[in-house]
Design a protein around this ligand. Structure first.
Ligand code: DNO
Ligand code: MN
Length: 389
């Protein structure tokens, strides 16, 4: 029976979640990166081999990287970006030689994934991550004070944000600022508000069209090497999948990725199908994306969001919420059978729950919530496979 390859993200030796934990959760592989290296550094063959040895000693495999970060100079096509392309190609060669077949990246300007609340209480007392437009606008308008920000929000949102800001004490304002710009786990960038304003200004001439062009130019530069060495580059969709802080986001919808594959048809140009990110827009048809773009999918993040009335969303238990996980997993299972390959998947985030509530954890990446998610997803896929057999 062809099933998905069950993986869990591991942030390396400093992750409070150990390789043994991940193995006991039932994953057979980790997904990881050389997080200790600065963005732009070449991943050497020796460093890759050492990390692999550590993972394999724990009885786990490593075939998927998340992420090999794309330097801001590449996203901006700034002068001097060529040396970052050289480094990227060299890292890809070293990763292929070191046994990695899938490399995840994203093309979001400045911020990677973004939330406004890292401890949103669920009815059962577990804590979820949440994104709330009013809180984002409160930060943007009254803490960051981004010039021109008011033009990006309608009047009702501006006044709700103003009321929210007024109701927050200094601590709450500071917490909101850190939540949004200090960098969630796996993010490459971390800012103060002053730095963030300057960095946003750097995108003044880079709107959506130019960012799309820069994305395609990046792929034109690296895909030939990826094709040659047999690595698939998979783009992670924008999270959330719409522009924030006036910065363009161009990997938000099925149409975005379909256009990208049409523009850069190299076989190595692939997709990290993240149901939580795409699913934060109601107009993305998740099983439909699998049906239409399946051959491009090299890696899967399974998670669900619950949409709230005011445009907020929070992360739901994996089989609940908006994703419609049974239909998604059915589509993925069919894809695997049709293509005769096992697709690597991971439970992308989980609630902070049980013993993890009192532990130091990476937001979204505590162990027990992800273990619950992986167990549910594993059971779901087995049941579907059994029924379809
Ligand atoms: C968040 C992750 C993202 C993802 C990057 C890929 O939990 O899914 O940070 O790793 O966007 O480059
Ligand atoms: Mn994801």
């Amino acid at each position: 029976m062809m099933l998905m390859t069950q993986t869990m993200r591991w942030f390396g030796p400093r992750d409070p979640v150990s390789l043994r934990d991940i193995r006991q959760a039932g994953a057979t592989e980790v997904v990881t990166a050389l997080h200790e290296l600065p963005n732009g550094a070449v991943w050497t063959a020796a460093a890759i081999a050492a990390r692999r040895a550590e993972i394999e000693r724990a009885g786990l495999g490593w075939t998927v990287v998340e992420s090999l970060p794309v330097h801001e100079e590449i996203k901006l096509r700034a002068p001097g970006h060529e040396r970052h392309l050289d480094a990227y190609r060299e890292s890809l060669r070293n990763l292929a030689a070191g046994g990695v077949g899938v490399v995840t990246y994203n093309f979001m300007p400045l911020l990677d994934w973004t939330r406004t609340d890292l401890a949103f209480a669920m009815p059962d007392g577990a804590l979820a991550l949440r994104f709330e437009p009013v809180a984002l606008a409160a930060y943007d308008l009254f803490i960051l004070r981004r010039p021109g920000a008011a033009d990006d929000y309608d009047e009702a949102l501006c006044s709700a944000a103003e009321r929210r800001f007024a109701a927050m004490d200094e601590d709450a304002r500071h917490r909101l600022e850190r939540t949004i710009i200090a960098g969630l786990p796996g993010s490459e960038e971390s800012f103060t508000s002053a730095e963030f304003l300057r960095a946003i200004h750097g995108y003044a001439d880079t709107g959506a069209d130019r960012l799309r062009e820069n994305h395609a130019a990046f792929l034109d530069a690296v895909c030939p090497v990826a094709d040659e060495v047999g690595v698939r580059l998979v783009v992670h969709p924008d999270d959330p999948p719409f522009p924030i802080f006036g910065l363009p986001r161009v990997v938000s919808t099925e149409a975005d990725v379909a256009a990208l594959f049409a523009r850069v048809p190299n076989p190595s140009n692939g997709l990290c199908f993240c149901t939580g990110s795409f699913g934060a827009r109601r107009d993305n048809d998740l099983p439909g994306i699998v049906e239409r773009l399946g051959p491009r999918i090299g890696f899967v993040h399974l998670r669900s969001v619950a949409h709230e009335a005011d445009g907020s969303f929070h992360e739901a238990p994996h089989l609940e919420g908006h994703a419609g996980m049974a239909d998604v997993v059915t589509a993925l299972h069919r894809l695997q059978r049709a293509e005769g390959r096992s697709i690597p998947m991971r439970p992308d985030h989980g609630h902070q729950m049980m013993d993890d509530l009192t532990k130091r954890t990476n937001p979204g990446y505590s162990l027990l919530g992800r273990m619950r998610g992986l167990a549910e997803l594993r059971g779901l896929e087995r049941g579907i496979a059994h029924a379809l057999a």
